[in-house]
Design a protein. Structure first.
Length: 254
């Protein structure tokens, strides 16, 4: 009885730790999410920013930022703050690769293109989606954030979205890392073991574009090039809320 009272006191002292509203949870103003680019950007500013970008995420003609490449290092905003600014909007996942490109005249939020969502995805997985995570040469940063999505704070499992140990128990795969040569075959084997129809989600700049490793002879990205992902989750690493909201949007939840 004494031990039970102690446990109840601990629960009472801790209070509710979970994020009640995953759709509108505020984050720090210092968090770097969706960028905003001034429409008045000049050719000189574009040249300066693109030259400073370590991953060639800034287009040398328009000054647009490709979030599929961006490491959110903030160098462009520090260099030209009157042109580049990162907001704390974490809802930046997209199901079309081209929607990750933020242009100077763009003011709207990034959202899922409803017409591009496969009908089977929502019909079969809206109430329950089991995912097998594959670290294809990742540095464990995105992997840790994905693990955090299921902890007591974010608790994405409340929506039936969970990670499983075996691809044979999964509905899709979540890929992190740039896909190294020694992981390419294993990735294909894992994907083939998932029953059709299968969902593919890329998380982080490394998975989406190769990130800082793009062009390295140590990579083999044929899997990414020959399959069409259902969801792109940018970030370096991606925030749990970015991943969670992206999957919820894809499934049409909330």
């Amino acid at each position: 009885m004494v031990n039970m009272l102690k446990e109840l006191k601990i629960l009472s002292d801790h209070g509710k730790q979970y994020v009640k509203d995953l759709r509108n949870q505020p984050v720090s103003e210092r968090f770097r999410g969706r960028p905003v680019i001034s429409a008045g950007i000049t050719a000189g500013q574009i040249e300066k920013a693109s030259a400073a970008c370590p991953v060639n995420a800034i287009d040398r003609t328009t000054g647009a930022i490709d979030l599929g490449r961006c490491t959110f290092c903030n160098e462009c905003a520090l260099m030209i703050p009157e042109v580049y600014r990162f907001t704390n909007d974490y809802r930046i996942a997209a199901n079309r690769r081209e929607d990750l490109v933020i242009r100077p005249w763009q003011t709207g939020n990034i959202r899922i293109d409803e017409a591009s969502v496969r009908k089977d995805v929502r019909r079969l997985f809206r109430r329950s989606l089991k995912l097998r995570q594959v670290s294809a040469g990742g540095d464990n940063s995105c992997e840790m954030e994905l693990a955090a999505s299921g902890n007591v704070n974010f608790d994405v499992g409340r929506y039936g979205i969970e990670f499983v140990a075996s691809p044979r128990h999964a509905d899709g795969i979540v890929i992190t890392g740039p896909v190294t040569e020694n992981m390419s075959e294993a990735l294909e084997i894992c994907y083939d073991a998932v029953p059709a129809p299968r969902v593919i989600i890329l998380v982080g700049a490394d998975a989406i574009s190769g990130g800082i490793f793009d062009g390295s002879p140590a990579l083999d990205r044929r899997f990414i090039e020959t399959h069409t992902p259902d969801l792109y989750v940018p970030g370096n690493p991606a925030h749990p809320l970015t991943f969670i909201n992206g999957v919820m949007d894809l499934l049409g939840i909330g």
